[in-house]
Design a protein around this ligand. Sequence first.
Ligand SMILES: C[S@@+](CC[C@H](N)C(=O)[O-])C[C@H]1O[C@@H](n2cnc3c(N)ncnc32)[C@H](O)[C@@H]1O
Length: 279
Amino acid sequence: MVEFKEISFPSSYVGRRKGGLTTYACDRPDCQIDGGKLLFEFIIKNKFQKIIDFGTWSGGSVICEAQALQELADRTGLNANEDPYHKDMDDLISDATTVIDKNEVWSLYPEKTCGTFSGEINVFDQSWDGEGQNGNIGATLNNIKKYECYKNVQFNLKKMDIWEWIKNPDSFDFLHIDVGNSPENILKIVDALSDQINEGGVIIFGGGALRYHYAPFGTQINEDGIDVSHTMVSLGHPDNYQKLKDTGLDFLILTQEYPGFICIDRRIRMPWPLYLREK
Ligand SMILES: C[S@@+](CC[C@H](N)C(=O)[O-])C[C@H]1O[C@@H](n2cnc3c(N)ncnc32)[C@H](O)[C@@H]1O
């Protein structure tokens, strides 16, 4: 069993440890924080193979997902592929930048179908210019290497705006979205992807912890036991939880701990033969 390596670079999934000694350690009561590990465990439990990650920045969520796919590969004893990092890192980044700038897909393993992969991650971002929190090709490729989560995982990087993508979406087992998830955006995306969701595709929207930074914790717990005391980066306002609920959307809050997961998973409602066949 691979030990999950917490994200320690700037990311929505940076490991904050209560009382720890890392830069991001925190003593606030709501500052737990195991979002990355939960993402890792969720993928292992469900054995997802085709993953799409929207909103990359430096690859925090991608690396949590990749560690899970690598763990699944290790469990099934897959042989490692030829190391794509035998190339000079600057050359790799320059090659990726050229391809992505042409709006084409760049894959870590160029022989796309020949490797021994436990799964693939389509790594999508609307912008890869590396500015601010935009997708950063160099940081992402360096982090994938540093976290050693690539030996049996294919990564396909592409410039893609989610609003364009939902007009003609690729199929997925699991879709992780971290693009500033307002209730309106969540509804639009779920609506556009309803066929895929009804066929068993699972979505997690990162964000939904409903709290962030230094607002007082635990002062407003709603009737569902959800802490809505704080403004949260992704949901933005405490009323947003209610707004989403009032629409009747069948979402689950998998965890309120930062960054929080809003999950859409309708597999349980699928006719049982289809459900069993897919597992
Ligand atoms: C908060 S960062 C993502 C953090 C990352 N998931 C992590 O784990 O650290 C948000 C990302 O969403 C991207 N983004 C914002 N709007 C988008 C859109 N409409 N389509 C695709 N990507 C988008 C940004 O470029 C940025 O990389």
